[in-house]
Design a protein around this ligand. Structure first.
Ligand SMILES: Nc1ncnc2c1ncn2[C@@H]1O[C@H](COP(=O)(O)OP(=O)(O)O)[C@@H](O)[C@H]1O
Ligand SMILES: [Mg+2]
Length: 290
């Protein structure tokens, strides 16, 4: 595997020397695999947002190092600006940061900051809008006339238009209804499929990560509790439940059926996979007709 980003022995303390001192991350070492979608899950306060803000150099570890394709991002201050472009970070509720008078200008803001020429900016804006499924008719509208889900997609397109090698999104679907959530994930998957880029998604939804992520990192109280492929991590479903993280509902159901004696594979995290595994059994009981 090729590593896009590595955090090595990273710790982070907020408010050191004050009564508000918080150890947000405690000696975390994780690797983000190039070209894959990695989900970071964990309870509120487990350090997820702190962790992703380090990935593009926005905050510097109190101790430990962050590597982007093998290079220490804090080794040379002059290169940090470049790192911010190479690792695109979409904050939680990014639509709060929209401020331009039109959708087009908002998407163009990032690439314009990169001092690209107008043609290149235009190409990137159109491509990013296409990736997130925004029609060109919307370009001249004010972002404030759009629905919540559309606004969020404008904000995400703004980061995609910088054409980062790694796209990092902090809880990109939070607060949206199921339709809005699906559109966001469709947009993220298009980015991954078209650019073959690396994606990191912070999420508290196991269901979503079961569906979309290749690899999973589980954070707990500022420490990395587990990290690996989806199969490896969800095989520890019991431990995740003990931590109070809900494994996908379908995985709980399958675990229950197995405890009742049904022979089923371990790696079932989506309803589609469950249907596939269960239909032969169900059909068998009906006497073979299906
Ligand atoms: N700006 C901040 N100042 C002080 N403490 C903070 C700040 N941001 C986060 N924290 C604390 O750091 C810990 C980790 O927070 P965070 O990285 O936001 O976790 P998560 O994204 O998993 O909810 C929490 O205890 C949180 O209260
Ligand atoms: Mg957070």
């Amino acid at each position: 595997m090729e590593t896009a980003i590595e955090l090595r022995n990273v710790s982070y303390v907020y408010g050191d020397g004050t009564v508000f001192r918080t150890d947000a991350l405690d000696c975390v070492s994780v690797k983000i695999e190039k070209g894959k979608m990695t989900g970071i899950i964990g309870h509120t306060g487990s350090g997820k947002s702190t962790m992703v803000q380090m990935m593009n150099g926005l905050i510097k570890p109190t101790s430990g190092s962050v590597y982007l394709f093998g290079e220490d991002i804090f080794a040379d201050k002059k290169k940090l600006r470049d790192v911010r472009f190479r690792v695109g970070l979409v904050f939680q509720y990014p639509e709060y940061q929209l401020f331009e008078e039109s959708v087009y200008k908002d998407i163009a803001f990032g690439p314009a900051n990169m001092k690209l020429d107008t043609n290149e900016i235009d190409r990137r804006v159109r491509k990013a809008a296409m990736l997130v499924g925004l029609e060109e008719e919307l370009f001249s509208k004010s972002p404030f006339e759009l629905s919540g889900g559309q606004k969020r997609r404008v904000a995400i397109a703004g980061v995609m238009a910088m054409e980062p090698e790694v796209l990092v999104l902090d809880e990109p679907a939070s607060g949206l209804d199921p339709v809005g959530r699906n559109e966001i994930f469709k947009a993220i998957c298009s980015f991954r499929d078209v650019t073959k880029g690396t994606v990191v998604i912070v999420s508290h939804s196991m269901e979503d990560m079961a569906k979309y992520a290749d690899n999973i990192i589980v954070m707990n109280h500022g420490e990395c509790f587990a990290s690996g492929s989806k199969d490896e991590v969800f095989q520890r479903a019991g431990e995740l439940c003990t931590m109070g993280l809900d494994v996908p509902q379908i995985t709980s159901l399958i675990t229950r059926l197995k405890s009742m004696g049904m022979e089923l594979p371990d790696n079932i995290y989506t309803v589609e996979a469950a249907v596939k595994a269960l239909s032969p059994l169900v059909c068998g009981r009906r006497g073979g007709e299906c």
